[in-house]
Each structure stands twice: as C-alpha cells, then as structure tokens.
Write a protein that binds this ligand. Structure first.
Ligand code: GLN
Length: 483
C-alpha cells in the first residue's frame, strides 16, 4: 500500500522503469517530470530534502546516460542520498549548522557506484544532526513529516531518505544505520530498508558517527529495489580499511516468491515482551502466520543479555561520536564562529557551542565522560565486553537458525514532539535495532501491515553476509501481504 502522495506512475519499481524505457526512450523523462510534480505538490509540507537538485540538472544527467548507453542496472533511477554521505559538488550538511555550507570535493564510494550504474542523485535528504536521533526532529533545519500522518514523525535518523521514497519523491534512497537509522524510518513510513553486514558497503565518504557501527544501506518501496541497489553499492573498497574482501553475490536472485530453503527462524522473547504496543504485536503475529504457511519453522528463545544492549550501544556510540566529532572545531573542519577574545580557544569554544545542537552536545559530553581516566574501565571497557558477549551469543544462535524476527520498533510512529522531549524514551525506540549493529549483523525492515492507518515494520536479521536469505524471507512477507 502506498501513501496518498504517490501515483501509479511515480511509484514504479526500478525493474519496470528499465522495461518501459526499453520500449519508449522518452519514458524516463516523463517519469522524472512525474516525480518532480510530486515534489512540487508535497515537499513543502513533508520536507524530506535539505538540498534538491533542479530538474534541469537531473534531466541533463539522464540525457548523458542515455546518450552513452549507460543506463545500467539502475536504469536512470532517481536516488535520494542522506545528507551525511558525501556528494561531489552538492552540499552535504549532516543536518547540522556546523556543515551548513560544506560542499565535498569528492563522492562517497556508494555514491560513485550509484552514478556508474545508471543512478542519478536527485537530492540530499533531511536527517537528525550527525545521525543522532530516531525521529528526524534533531535536524538543525526542520523536522520531516510522516507521509501517512502529518502529525507524526517519520522515524530517524534517515527520515528524509525514507519519506522521499515513501512519498514517491525519489525512486530509491541511501540511508545510514548506526543503531537503527535505516530500519526505524523504513518501518514508520511503510517501506523496505536494509542495514548490511558491517563492512559489506564501503564507509568511504560517510561522515563518521560511531565508526564501528555505521553502515550505508538501501531503502526502497519494494524488496526487489533494495536488492538491486545493494548489488550496486556492496563490495570491497580499498579506501575503507574495514571493508570486507568478499565476492559479492547477485542479490536479485533471492527476490523470488518461494522459500529458497526450509528456513528455521527464531523469535527472541526479549524483543517481543516489555513495552511492545499490542497493535504492533498483532501485525507481528500475523506475519509469523504468513511465514508458517510458507513452511518456515518459527521457534522462540530467550537471550537475557539483550537487556544490556541499549546501554551498551549508547556508551559505545557516544564514546565514538565524541572522538569523531572532535574534528569540527572551525579550524580544521566546520563553519567557524568568530569570537571576541583573541585566543584560538575562544573561537573553538564558540564554534562548538553554536555550531552543534543540543543532542549532539549531550552525546559529546557523555562520550567524553565515559572515556575519561578512571571511568573508562567502568563504562567503555565494560560496554566493549558486553558487546563481545552479545556477538558470541548471536554466533551460537545462528548455528541453529537461519534468521531471527522481531518488530522493528516497539511502537507506532510517535507524534511530533512526543518522543524528543525525553531522551530515554527516544533512545528506547531503538531497543530492537541496536543489538544488530553491536554484533555487526545484517538486518532488513519490511512492511508487515497497518494499524490505525499507520505502517508497522518487521525486522529480519541473521548471521554475517546472510543478506540473500533475509531478502528472500522479506519477499515472502511482502508477497504474503499483497496476495
Ligand atoms: N537512534 C540511534 C542513535 O541516536 C541510532 C541512530 C543511527 O542509527 N544513526 O544513536
């Protein structure tokens, strides 16, 4: 189901786009016009973008691709890119005043791969400042609204990338996920979002938040679109030292409407107990029924260690953030605020006091605190140990099961202003998504159904490099819903 902003034409998939262009070479130009019509009508309210490229530039790019026969696997798809992913010659703000006027001199590897495969960047999307948040309300510019209900948040931090796709203001998008930022907004806006295995997609050109957790990933209206984009962006990159040296498979072959094996999946009880909205649970249970009909075995298990994943995540993410964000001092990086005093430290202080928003400052302070002498062992080191244990437990679990299932979020999308007032409430929206980043695993969020007219997302996660099977299971859920 699509939100009211979409038309049948503006919501077409990459594969259909490719097919139609083969029959009619003008089709792509009509499609671009249709997408910009949606933008003209709805963008003023939704505010998915921070920077939108003019239609003339996009048409020029498409003409070039057509002229040189380079439409490739993306077929001229319009790709919205989260504003913490570097785009050569296009402003990249990270949703922050600190980088308000920053124009990168190079493309992130994921972006150059998109361009080389027939994708056209349409614009840069709104996000929580430096990807810190779960609602996109932490953007220094403006919040993005949920296309299903303008009174609600779209989730975050890749809220703009989710809304651009959900409201058909782009074909597909790139987001980044440190603790859930692709999956949560995908769930809240009714689209598909995939967080790859750590190291499968290059982080070169992604502005770092928590480097040991961050991954770039695709977002799309259907499982197939996500698989096509994943094909394009994954694979080894010598510019990222954490990039995996693996032969990347063709993920499209997993997007079939039959189970590729007799799956055994597990539900971790901790992910479906405390604090989960009943309406979300109802959809989750009906998804389990859909899978059971496709011969998927579902079992329940306990993993008490999961209770520690939220504090562990926030200690590690904040520690890494405080270190990564030290470079924004107005001297090396970031917009400098001129201070009255003569000392460099005055300019430094003013730059960081005025350039960063509240949430970013809170995290830099907490991150610095947990790394400080005398406290480091009690916080950071302990969190690192819990992380290790979690990794071991998941390794054991996935010796027995192909994948695990949970609701992506414990709740329906919160109303604007509802979650942001209380940091703890805000952080707990990520309860089911952060363990996956801590363990470096892949996960996908796929629409499971609707409750009170709002989308509910189902998360499927598995062992490292199990993206293919996750896509296959997601496809079973997708077709089980529409059929
Ligand atoms: N909401 C989480 C945080 O604020 C996750 C953000 C993300 O994945 N970038 O850290």
């Amino acid at each position: 189901m699509l939100p009211p902003q979409c038309t049948q034409f503006s919501s077409i998939s990459i594969k259909t786009l490719r097919e139609r262009v083969r029959e009619d070479s003008d089709f792509l130009f009509k499609y671009v016009e249709e997408v910009y019509r949606a933008i003209e009508r709805y963008e003023q309210r939704l505010r998915a973008y921070i920077t939108l490229r003019p239609i003339s530039e996009v048409i020029d790019d498409i003409e070039n691709l057509v002229k040189h026969g380079k439409l490739g696997p993306l077929g001229g798809a319009l790709v919205a890119v989260k504003d913490n992913i570097s785009t050569k010659g296009i402003r990249t703000t990270c949703g922050s005043k600190m980088l308000e006027n920053y124009v990168p001199p190079y493309d992130a590897t994921a972006v150059s791969r998109i361009k080389n495969s027939g994708g056209v960047v349409i614009g840069k999307t709104n996000m929580d400042e430096f990807a810190m948040g779960s609602t996109t309300e932490n953007s220094a510019f403006y919040p993005t609204l949920n296309p299903w209900d303008y009174g609600r948040v779209p989730g975050g931090s890749s809220g703009g990338s989710a809304v651009a796709v959900a409201a058909c203001e782009a074909t597909v998008s790139l987001g980044s996920d440190t603790g859930g930022s692709i999956r949560l907004p995908a769930a809240y806006t009714g689209i598909v979002g995939l967080k790859p295995t750590y190291g499968l997609v290059s982080r070169y050109g992604l502005v770092a938040y928590g480097s040991s957790l961050d991954q770039i990933g695709p977002m799309g209206r259907c499982v197939e679109d996500v698989a096509i984009v994943l094909n394009v962006i994954s694979g080894h990159d010598p510019r990222d030292s954490t990039s995996l040296r693996v032969n990347v498979e063709n993920f499209e072959k997993y997007v079939v409407d039959y189970p590729l094996k007799r799956y055994r999946v597990v539900v971790l009880e901790e992910m479906v107990s405390e604090g989960i909205d009943e309406k979300v649970m109802k959809i989750f249970n009906s998804t389990l029924d859909v899978l059971a009909k496709r011969d998927v075995t579902v079992e329940f298990r306990k993993m008490p260690l999961l209770h520690y994943s939220l504090p562990t995540y926030y200690i590690i993410a904040m520690a890494e953030a405080s270190s990564n964000l030290a470079r924004f001092d107005g001297l090396r990086y970031g917009t400098r605020s001129e201070a009255e005093g003569k000392l460099w430290v005055d300019a430094y202080r003013k730059t960081r006091m005025t350039g960063f928003g509240e949430e970013v400052k809170r995290r830099i302070l907490l991150g610095t605190y947990v790394l400080s002498e005398g406290l480091y062992e009690g916080y950071y080191l302990k969190a690192a140990k819990v992380r290790r244990l979690l990794h071991q437990e998941f390794t054991k679990l996935f010796r027995e099961y192909d994948a695990a299932l949970s609701p992506t979020s414990p709740t329906l999308p919160p109303r604007l202003g509802e979650a942001i007032v209380d940091p703890i409430k805000l952080y707990s929206l990520d309860i089911n998504t952060v363990p996956i980043n801590l363990a470096g695993l892949p996960a996908i969020s796929v629409p499971g159904g609707f409750a009170e007219g709002l989308p509910v997302g189902i998360q499927i996660f598995g062992p490292p490099l199990s993206e293919g099977f996750l896509l296959n299971i997601a496809k079973l859920i997708e077709s089980g819903r529409s059929g």
